[in-house]
Design a protein around this ligand. Structure first.
Ligand SMILES: Cc1ncc(COP(=O)(O)O)c(C=O)c1O
Length: 393
C-alpha cells in the first residue's frame, strides 16, 4: 500500500460468496443439513425413491407447476436436461434459437453443428441486448435461455410467445427458476439445475414437460441416434417412472438431500414470492449503487431486461474505456482479484466469453446485506486498480 491507496471499507460481507454457480448455500446452511441423507442404499429402493419423488413434488409445489406438466430428474445437470430435450424433440419442424450470450450461443451451436438441423434460424444479439423477439415464428420450435447468465440480460416476460403456437418452446431456465416469475403456459420444456438459485449441490438436472411436449415425444422419433441417458420414452410412450423419481442412471443421494434442504428452506421463508423478493432486492441494491457511482454501469442496456440473479456490470470510466481490450480484461481481473484477496467477495469476474467487467450473483440465497457490504469494496478495488495503472502509465 502507498499513501495514495484508499483505505479499505470497515466491514466485509458476512458471506462473501457471489459465484454464479455453484451459488451460495442458503443462509444458515451447514453439513448438518445432510444428516438425513439416505446413503449407501439403492436409489431404486423405497427410501431412495421416496427422496427423489419428494424433490419432484416439492419443486412442483413451490413453482406452482401446472398439474398436467410432468417433471423429471435427469442426468447431466442443466446441460443434460437441455440437450436431452433438444435431442429428443427437435427436427420435426423448423427451429428458431435465440442467442445473446454464451449459453444461448452454445445451444445454437448444438442445433447447427451437432444435430445439423437444416431448417434453422439463429436470432442473435450482442452482449447487453436481446434479439428482436418479434421475429420469433410461432409455427417453428424455439430454443432460448430465460436469463442469460453471462450477460445479465433476461427476457422481461413471455408475452412475445404466442399462446396458440404450433412449435414447442424449449427454455433453459436454470438461472431464472425460483428467482423470477415464469409463465408456464408459454414454456413447453423448462430446465434447471440444483446449484443455482437454491444453492444446492450440482448433480442431476430438472426437466419440466408440457402436455404438448409429451405429445411430440410420443409421436416423433428423431433421425439421429439417442444415447441411453437421453431416452425418455418406453414403447413409444413417456416413461412414466421417470417422472415419479426413477432416474435413468444413478444419482447422488447426498446431492438429493441437499436439494431437499434448499426446497424446505424456500418453503420456510414464504415460497416463490419470498424467493423472488430476495433476488429482486439484491438487484435493487446494486441498481441504487450503480446510479450513484460514476465508474460502473449495467451490461444490460434496457433496465427491463436486467437480471436479478446474474447481475453483470461494465466499467464505463473513461480511463478504462481508453484501454486496449487485453488491458481492460487484465484491469477487470485485477479488480476482482483484489476483492477476493481481501476476503470481501469471491468469483466476481465476468464470464470468460463476456466483455471484461464484473458479475455479482444476486440469487435468492444471497442476502441483500451482503451485496450492500460488497459494493464499497468494489469502489475501493476500482480506485486502487485505476491508481496503480495510471501511476504505471
Ligand atoms: C443459462 C445456463 N445454461 C446452462 C448452464 C450450465 O449448467 P450446468 O452446469 O448445471 O449444466 C448454466 C450454468 O451456469 C447457465 O447459466
Amino acid at each position: 500500500m502507498t499513501d495514495l491507496d484508499p483505505p479499505p471499507p470497515a466491514a466485509r460481507p458476512a458471506n462473501p460468496r457471489f459465484s454464479s454457480g455453484p451459488c451460495a448455500k442458503r443462509p444458515g446452511w451447514s453439513l448438518a443439513a445432510l444428516e438425513q441423507a439416505c446413503l449407501g442404499v439403492s436409489h431404486r429402493g423405497k427410501e431412495g425413491k421416496a427422496k427423489l419423488a419428494e424433490v419432484i413434488a416439492r419443486s412442483r409445489d413451490l413453482l406452482d407447476l401446472p398439474t398436467d406438466y410432468r417433471l423429471a430428474i435427469v442426468p447431466g445437470s442443466d446441460t443434460g436436461a437441455v440437450e436431452m430435450a433438444m435431442w429428443s424433440l427437435l427436427g420435426a419442424i423448423g427451429l428458431d434459437v435465440l442467442a445473446w450470450e454464451s449459453f444461448g450461443k452454445g445451444w445454437a451451436a448444438d442445433a447447427a453443428k451437432e444435430l445439423k438441423l437444416e431448417d434453422l434460424r439463429v436470432l442473435e444479439a450482442p452482449y447487453g441486448q436481446l434479439p428482436d423477439l418479434a421475429q420469433v415464428d410461432p409455427a417453428r420450435d424455439l430454443v432460448f435461455t430465460w436469463n442469460g447468465t453471462t450477460s445479465g440480460v433476461r427476457v422481461p416476460h413471455g408475452d412475445w410467445i404466442a399462446s396458440d403456437r404450433a412449435g414447442l418452446t424449449i427454455c433453459d431456465a436454470t438461472s431464472a427458476v425460483f428467482a423470477m416469475e415464469l409463465p408456464w403456459d408459454k414454456l413447453d420444456v423448462a430446465t434447471w439445475s440444483w446449484q443455482k438459485v437454491l444453492g444446492g449441490e450440482a448433480a442431476h438436472g430438472m426437466l419440466a414437460l408440457s402436455p404438448r411436449a409429451v405429445a411430440r415425444l410420443e409421436s416423433y422419433r428423431p433421425p439421429w441416434p439417442l444415447p441411453k441417458v437421453f431416452r425418455m420414452t418406453k414403447g413409444g410412450k413417456l416413461n412414466q417412472s421417470l417422472v415419479e423419481g426413477a432416474t435413468i442412471n444413478t444419482p447422488s443421494l447426498l446431492a438429493v438431500e441437499d436439494a431437499l434442504d434448499g426446497l424446505k428452506w424456500a418453503e420456510g421463508i414464504g415460497g416463490l414470492r419470498a424467493l423472488i423478493g430476495r433476488s429482486e432486492a439484491n438487484l435493487a441494491a446494486v441498481a441504487r449503487w450503480v446510479e450513484a457511482t460514476g465508474w460502473v454501469g449495467f451490461l444490460a442496456e434496457d433496465p427491463a431486461t436486467r437480471s436479478c440473479t446474474s447481475i453483470c456490470l461494465k466499467i464505463v470510466d473513461p480511463w478504462f474505456q481508453g484501454l486496449a481490450p487485453a488491458e481492460q480484461a487484465a484491469a477487470a481481473k485485477a479488480l476482482a482479484g483484489l476483492v477476493a484477496e481481501a476476503g470481501a467477495g469471491y468469483d466476481l469476474g465476468a464470464y470468460r466469453d463476456a466483455p471484461p467487467g464484473l458479475r455479482i450473483w444476486g440469487g435468492s440465497t444471497v442476502a441483500r446485506e451482503d451485496i450492500e457490504a460488497l459494493l464499497p469494496w468494489l469502489d475501493w478495488a476500482f480506485a486502487r486498480v485505476k491508481a496503480g495503472q495510471a501511476a504505471a502509465a
